[in-house]
Design a protein around this ligand. Structure first.
Ligand SMILES: [Zn+2]
Length: 138
């Protein structure tokens, strides 16, 4: 909690008694509001779709934004994060086909889709692109 007296800001510990506080108290919180988080997620979707040219990086086809999904190249359950370098634009059909697999495991059996991925997913972290190349069996 921060309080101002005559324009000066001070931070008081949370256990400060109410009677010890000045008349005007402004609470500053660092926890983003739900609307801010929602907006941030929408911005991220739009940013990634824009970056990938509204193209599914697996089948290589173009789609309007409402038919695209965000795909985690390295799934969250396998240690992947929400960073832009782990996210790609992906159509619904490819997202369903890929399921919970890591992109390199999925693409190891699909050379046609792997070629698309290496061509279009240029903003993906280099280590993830390397994993796709190294997992190829053909
Ligand atoms: Zn696709």
């Amino acid at each position: 909690m921060a309080t101002w007296s005559f324009g000066r800001s001070t931070t008081v510990p949370p256990w400060t008694r109410r009677s010890e506080l000045p008349a005007l108290v402004v609470c500053i919180t660092s926890v983003p509001r739900r609307s801010v988080i929602k907006n941030r997620n929408r911005n991220r979707r739009e940013r990634i779709f824009e970056r990938d040219g509204h193209r599914c990086v697996y089948c290589g086809l173009s789609y309007p934004a409402d038919e695209l999904t965000l795909d985690h190249v390295q799934p969250r359950v396998r240690g992947g994060d929400h960073s832009d370098g782990n996210l790609v634009a992906c159509c619904r059909a490819c997202n369903v086909a890929k399921g919970g697999e890591a992109a390199w495991a999925f693409l190891a059996r699909r050379p046609d889709l792997r070629a698309n991925f290496l061509r279009y997913a240029t903003a993906v972290w280099p280590r993830l692109r390397r994993a796709v190349v190294e997992a190829a069996t053909d």
